[in-house]
Design a protein around this ligand. Structure first.
Ligand code: GRF
Length: 194
């Protein structure tokens, strides 16, 4: 039985697309059952629909500062769709310990750095400023602390002479699109424990 996966997005959804593509393979152990965006205007929603994947919008602004009500709506949607695993892919909301605990060991995130280096935003700029030789991306299980939690897959690229934030980001993004499908496969096959 394939695991039923929901992908949570806020924006363009290129990692989402990489997961949808990978899951088309008949031997892939997971199916992308649902894409949820917290932003109605996220470009990724149209990409998901074009790929034939069901989508939903749970607009966090409709909940004001009632963060838990937003997360309860999210949780209901996931449970009503019999979701087994959740992949965060450019989902720009911090999740409360309540929600994280409910999906503990079943929720993955991708972060564009070699964690534990460069948690948070603007990772490519910060990597260039720090003068690191290698930079990369990490897929990890989600824990309450942001951009932390047990690592599932990590890979790196060389930082090149003359790299700008944009060129480095593009090279890391290609890497992200390769490692997220690998990480989801490992989790869906039960080869990784949180
Ligand atoms: C990616 O760089 C991801 O690692 C980070 O946000 C970006 C999302 O890009 N968390 P996309 O929406 O998957 O194209």
């Amino acid at each position: 039985m394939k695991k039923r996966v929901a992908i949570l997005i806020s924006g363009r959804g290129s990692n989402m697309t990489a997961l949808i593509e990978a899951a088309k393979a008949s031997d892939y152990p997971a199916e992308i059952a649902l894409v949820i965006s917290n932003r109605p205007e996220a470009p990724g929603l149209a990409r998901a629909r074009a790929a034939g994947v069901a989508t939903a919008v749970i607009d966090h602004t409709a909940f004001g500062d009632r963060r838990e009500a937003f997360e309860r709506a999210l949780d209901d949607k996931l449970r009503n769709n019999r979701i087994n695993l959740v992949c965060l892919a450019g989902f720009m909301r911090l999740l409360t310990p309540w929600f994280v605990a409910r999906w503990s060991g079943r929720m993955l995130n991708i972060h564009p750095s070699l964690l534990p280096q460069f948690k948070g935003l603007h990772t490519h700029r910060r990597a260039l400023e720090a003068g690191v030789k290698r930079h990369g991306a990490t897929v990890h299980f989600v824990v309450p602390e942001m951009d932390s939690g047990p690592m599932i897959v990590q890979d790196s690229v060389a930082v090149r002479e003359g790299d700008t934030e944009a060129t480095l980001a593009a090279r890391v993004l290609e890497l992200e699109h390769r490692i997220y499908p690998r990480a989801l496969r490992a989790v869906a096959e039960g080869r990784t424990k949180s």
